[in-house]
Design a protein around this ligand. Structure first.
Ligand code: SAH
Length: 345
């Protein structure tokens, strides 16, 4: 079965020509899927019945089922639990901001990276999401809210660079002028640090923001919380991220989950500052969300603020992110609703 929504416009043309359809039908079908965000063939009013029958027989139009929706009374954040066609569940989050609405999407069902503090990896990797399943999260939410999505962060469940080819195709379709046409500058991809893929991504010449989940500033400490640190040293991964910034001209981000007594000492500030300065990175501090049995807890607000101030003293830009949608957070440990806290306290 052909996964229609994962095809580029050119591939869709080739497919329809092969099926004996006219070329201009591809533009119509593409528009239905990627601009009108149609959820079924029936909605596609200007396509002939015979063509829709052929499509229904030979292709799939992926479609997510909303299993659960939680809406924050505090800030309007919406957390969706979607079922994929094979019954796998994924989560996506919609965050309304004055400067535009953001959606945080998942890139895999499960994850095989096994970070100690993260709930997404507990059951291991189930499977990669297709490009259409990544797009569907955004399409579904835009249809549901009736509001335009302007920012996309690939920071949900999964390691996006472990699903590289599908991620590339997703990015192409997402930013295509015939689709939602989201600006590359408004897209962030977050990785635990797969060095070869970071280097490959830099060569794609995209204007997307790269976020590295650093979380510890020495190899020794990083190995304790992130298995990927056994494969790549900090020198290698920070080197690749620094080169990404140089090649693309885009400022990179370090994600740093603050864990009390693990990575929040003065020595950590010093080491983190050196790495951030080397990569020209902005540091996002995220008080760790205690979701697993690892027993990690976050430093209190004051200590987090002090950590950020010390980074600033070393000329490193740092912001503390807080969890938003706090009232809908309790049921879920996987996705963190993040918002930049400008001028907290
Ligand atoms: N695999 C990618 C994408 C996941 S993004 C990555 O590692 O970047 C999700 C972000 O939330 C990552 O920075 C991840 O390390 C972080 N995270 C996971 N569990 C967390 C927790 N319990 N508290 C705070 N941040 C967490």
């Amino acid at each position: 079965m052909m996964d229609l929504k994962s095809l580029t416009k050119e591939e869709l043309e080739a497919f329809l020509l092969e099926k004996g359809e006219k070329k201009y039908r591809a533009a119509q079908l593409y528009e239905w899927m990627h601009r009108h965000l149609a959820g079924s063939f029936e909605e596609m009013g200007n396509l002939p019945k015979s063509m829709k029958e052929m499509l229904a027989k030979e292709c799939v139009l992926t479609c997510l089922q909303t299993e659960r929706l939680q809406i924050s009374k505090l800030d309007g954040t919406r957390k969706y639990l979607f079922a994929l066609s094979d019954g796998q569940m994924i989560e996506s989050v919609w965050m309304p901001y004055h400067h535009g609405n953001s959606v945080c999407i998942s890139s895999q069902a499960g994850c095989r990276m096994g970070c100690k503090f993260c709930a997404s990896g507990i059951g291991g990797l189930v499977r990669n999401l297709t490009p259409s399943e990544m797009l569907d999260q955004i399409y579904r939410i835009q249809r549901d809210t009736g509001e335009r999505v302007s920012n996309v962060v690939v920071m949900g469940t999964g390691e996006p660079l472990d699903n590289y080819d599908n991620l590339m195709r997703f990015l192409q379709l997402l930013t295509d002028e015939n689709g939602l046409h989201i600006s590359q500058r408004n897209v962030t991809v977050s990785t635990c640090g797969l060095v070869e893929q970071i280097r490959a991504l830099a060569q794609e010449k995209l204007a997307i923001t790269l976020a590295l989940s650093l979380h510890a500033p020495t190899d020794e400490k990083r190995k304790q919380i992130m298995p990927i640190a056994h494969k790549y040293t900090l020198d290698e991964v920070v080197g690749a991220v620094a080169d990404y910034g140089q090649i693309t001209g885009r400022r990179v981000t370090f994600e740093y989950s603050l864990i009390a007594g693990v990575n929040d000492s003065d020595e950590d500030v010093k080491n983190l500052s050196e790495l951030a300065l080397r990569a020209g990175a902005h540091v996002n501090l995220i008080p760790v969300n205690p979701v697993t049995e690892a027993g990690y807890r976050a430093p209190d607000r004051r200590a987090a603020k002090a950590f950020a101030d010390k980074l600033e003293q070393n000329r490193v830009n740092a912001t503390i992110r807080r969890t938003i949608g706090a009232d809908i957070d309790a049921a879920c440990g996987q996705l963190r609703r993040k918002v930049r806290l400008e001028g907290e306290d």
